[in-house]
Design a protein. Structure first.
Length: 224
């Protein structure tokens, strides 16, 4: 038997790190991440305790029934709850937005707090919601408006729906966009997410449109 026929853990890791193939890169990156985390835990033992708590919480989630899941996610939102376990890693969400037109045929846009760009009203679906329930809830939360009859405007999907937010969170958010001219109430901005709401004419849209809403807004502007 040759010495190269066997290897201990340290030797195997050294062999893996020396593999030049691109196919090995994801595994190398994972090893580097795990190594960094272990070093940080040695420096700060509190991190080990935090990781144990996360594992305990995950085990607790496994034993929950559907109604318990729904109650849990309604407290802080599905995405915020998931971020406790996956950090900034990509997650799959379902986006629901709405184009609101006034009597003049203008579109209501909101200026986002996170990037200062103009976007349509919308957000992510919570567990157990329908598409319409999601967009009605998001509209009430972000603008204070109550929506009337909704029509489907556009379905959105594909690689361009992989979104990286300013805080580093990544998600894949295919979904649906509605359109309506029926709404009630006075606009009240959600201070955590919105700087302001404003109606715009088709010919006077702002230049700094949100990257992931731009095609939707321009599609609306080009329709008659």
């Amino acid at each position: 038997m040759r010495l190269t026929d066997v290897a201990n853990t340290e030797q195997l890791l050294r062999i893996i790190q020396s593999i030049p193939s691109k196919k090995a890169e994801p595994f190398k990156m994972w090893l580097a991440q795990v190594g960094r985390e272990r070093i940080e835990e040695v420096i700060d033992p509190e991190l080990t305790i935090e990781n144990v708590e996360i594992i305990k919480n995950c085990i607790g989630l496994i034993d929950m029934d559907i109604e318990e899941y729904i109650k849990l996610y309604k407290k802080g939102g599905y995405i915020k709850e998931m971020r406790k376990y996956v950090g900034h890693a990509p997650i799959l969400t379902c986006a629901c937005g709405v184009i609101i037109e006034n009597a003049k045929g203008e579109i209501l846009l909101q200026k986002r707090q996170d990037n200062g760009c103009w976007a349509i009203i919308g957000g992510s679906m919570e567990m157990g919601e329908t598409f319409e329930e999601t967009v009605r809830r998001e509209t009430m939360e972000e603008s204070g408006l109550t929506l009337g009859r909704l029509e489907v405007f556009k379905l959105i999907s594909g690689r361009d729906r992989i979104i990286e937010y300013p805080n580093g969170d990544v998600c894949f958010g295919p979904g649906i966009v509605f359109i309506t001219s029926e709404y009630e109430g006075s606009i009240v901005n959600d201070p955590e997410e919105v700087m302001e709401h404003r109606f715009f004419k088709r010919s006077e849209l702002p230049k700094n449109l949100n990257r992931f809403d731009k095609d939707i807004i321009l599609d609306w502007a080009n329709r008659k």
